[in-house]
Design a protein around this ligand. Structure first.
Ligand SMILES: Nc1ncnc2c1ncn2[C@@H]1O[C@H](COP(=O)(O)OP(=O)(O)O)[C@@H](O)[C@H]1O
Ligand SMILES: [Mg+2]
Length: 273
């Protein structure tokens, strides 16, 4: 519970993930409130992706508990976690490579929101409509009949977000959604994330190295290092935290980030929403 007595939508409670003797996630605790955008940063190898892998059920946690929407989801199957309303994207592009964009999204809109014990020969109307809605929302109309492996990197990133949205989640985990994109493409994804938050009332946890993106979108930030949380708090506090500057940002980047944060505060953080 936070100060106002709200229960978190997602809660990490002393979560560990060991690879051999190494703790990739090392006793991490953090609460995410409904409707919040939490940004996660930290150096390569900090355990950010592993935290998402454990949360989405891709790999089992070694210890600790993860509670989502009042249910313990620790070590539930990825399918059950998806049906509970938690979906994700991946750091590296993941899709059914030989299916079209629309077929990829249809798989998500058909199998994602609920258990399908006996698949039918055709996708039902509701799944088709949901796929169309998501294609329009993510701006993939011009690519819907293209094969996933042939589309450009921005559209591959959008396809992952679209597929995650088509499962009708309450919370979405985005793993480096703008990694490898140019400035204009980053702005486009930023606008999409804002619309997901506003129009779909989604709670969002995003990992990102692009600090302009992270600070512009996040209500709160958590920085990880060696599997642990070294900072949790406001975006404004980031550059004032000695450990964060030392192990992650560096002095120069911290100064540049200060300017960016100032701009964001002046422009209004959610100006586009
Ligand atoms: N499947 C795996 N087997 C062994 N070690 C792994 C595996 N996946 C990740 N790791 C290690 O766990 C640590 C955290 O990795 P990762 O979660 O990918 O970090 P980040 O996403 O913060 O860059 C790294 O040291 C990485 O090498
Ligand atoms: Mg990663």
């Amino acid at each position: 519970m936070d100060e106002s007595g709200r229960a978190p939508l997602l809660s990490f409670q002393g979560v560990f993930k060991y690879y051999g003797a190494m703790a990739a996630v090392d006793g991490l605790s953090c609460d995410i409130q409904p409707g919040e955008i939490l940004g996660i940063g930290g150096p390569n190898g900090a355990g950010k992706t592993t935290l998402f892998d454990v949360t989405s059920g891709l790999i089992p946690a070694s210890a600790g508990e993860i509670v989502f929407d009042n249910n313990v989801i620790t070590n539930m199957s990825p399918v059950d976690i998806c049906h509970a309303g938690l979906s994700r994207t991946y750091q590296l592009n993941a899709a059914f490579e030989t299916l079209s964009v629309r077929e990829n999204i249809l798989c998500a809109s058909y199998y994602g929101p609920r258990n399908v014990f006996f698949p039918k020969l055709r996708f039902d109307r509701a799944s088709q409509d949901l796929a169309d809605e998501v294609i329009e929302f993510t701006g993939l109309e011009d690519y819907e009949n293209d094969i996933a492996q042939d589309i450009p990197i921005l559209q591959r990133k959008l396809l992952m977000i679209a597929s995650a949205l088509a499962t009708r989640p309450k919370l979405i985990l985005l793993d480096e959604p703008v990694g490898g994109l140019n400035v204009d493409e980053i702005s486009l994804v930023m606008d999409l994330v804002r619309r997901m938050h506003r129009d779909h009332a989604l709670t969002i946890v995003l990992i990102e190295h692009v600090m302009r993106f992270l600070v512009a979108l996040s209500d709160r930030v958590m920085i990880m290092h060696h599997g642990s949380k070294i900072y949790e708090g406001s975006t404004e506090g980031l550059t004032k935290d000695k450990t964060v500057v030392e192990v992650y940002l560096g002095e120069g980047a911290a100064r540049r980030l200060d300017h960016i944060i100032d701009e964001e505060l002046h422009d209004g953080r959610h100006a586009a929403s």
